[in-house]
Design a binder for this molecule. Structure first.
Ligand SMILES: [Zn+2]
Length: 253
């Protein structure tokens, strides 16, 4: 694959960086990432993925933009209120980088559509805000063997975990049950920079995987406390009895 002169200029910082280069950039262009949720986490994740030159992005969100979204969901603007989030997000991403192909899905992810929606992608980002959605995504990605980048926000704190299905701990290995009070905190918060930090890290995980650089954040749940500014990795292990990735859980193998 050859980059146009415009693309070469656009990505020059990445192309000329010794740790990245044109081979990594070509892999990014061939990469396909599904971002489930175009809100607080999905906004920065999508923006960085499009800016970096990931070839194909899926956007999935059933909701419309509300004024109360705008303090943290930075892909959307005041003039977008009432529009489908996938539409306003697509418009902004297209303006940023017209080379990226976008697929917008204004639907809610469910058990009966997850496999079909996620199948075309290499990496899936969990930018949702309920644990029910997170488990659903985790289970679908494990079954489909998609790289899965979980993230969650609770008040001033965030967390991140990358899952390589069948190799590293999945979300259900780490959280056999939803953490208490998470859902209430998600509804009440947070300040925009918290999902901004975590969503940017999700984009970085996808970029590292596609480009083949660095080390993925597997086997550790990274936690971030925005009020103290501290990151803390918590070691995680696969659960042999995990209902999603344990020995008895994979009828598709
Ligand atoms: Zn598991």
């Amino acid at each position: 694959m050859i980059f146009t002169p415009e693309e070469r200029q656009r990505y020059i910082r990445q192309l000329e960086w010794p740790g990245f280069g044109s081979a990594a950039q070509e892999q990014l262009r061939a990469g396909r990432v599904m971002v489930v949720g175009c809100g607080g986490l999905g906004s920065p994740a999508l923006y960085y993925l499009a800016a970096a030159g990931v070839g194909r992005l899926g956007l999935l969100d059933p909701d419309r933009v509300e004024v109360s979204n705008l303090q943290r969901q930075i892909l959307h603007a005041t003039s977008d209120i009432g529009r489908a989030k996938v539409d306003s997000a697509s418009e902004r991403l297209r303006a940023l980088n017209p080379h990226v192909r976008l697929a917008a899905h204004p639907v809610r992810l469910a058990a009966d559509n997850a496999a079909e929606l996620l199948a075309p992608y290499d990496v899936v980002l969990d930018c949702t805000d309920t644990f029910a959605s997170k488990y659903l995504l985790n289970d679908a990605c494990v079954a489909l063997k998609k790289i899965f980048v979980h993230a969650g926000i609770s008040g001033f704190c965030g967390q991140l975990l990358t899952v390589i299905p069948g190799k590293s701990p999945c979300l259900r290995c780490v959280f056999p049950a939803p953490p208490a009070a998470t859902e209430a905190a998600a509804a009440a918060g947070p300040l925009g920079p918290v999902p901004g930090v975590i969503g940017a890290l999700q984009a970085f995980e996808a970029i590292k995987y596609l480009a083949g650089v660095g080390t993925l954040l597997t086997d550790r749940l990274l936690t971030y406390d925005g009020l103290t500014g501290e990151f803390r990795p918590i070691h995680a292990h696969r659960n042999p009895a995990c209902p999603a990735c344990g020995a008895d859980a994979q009828p598709k193998e």
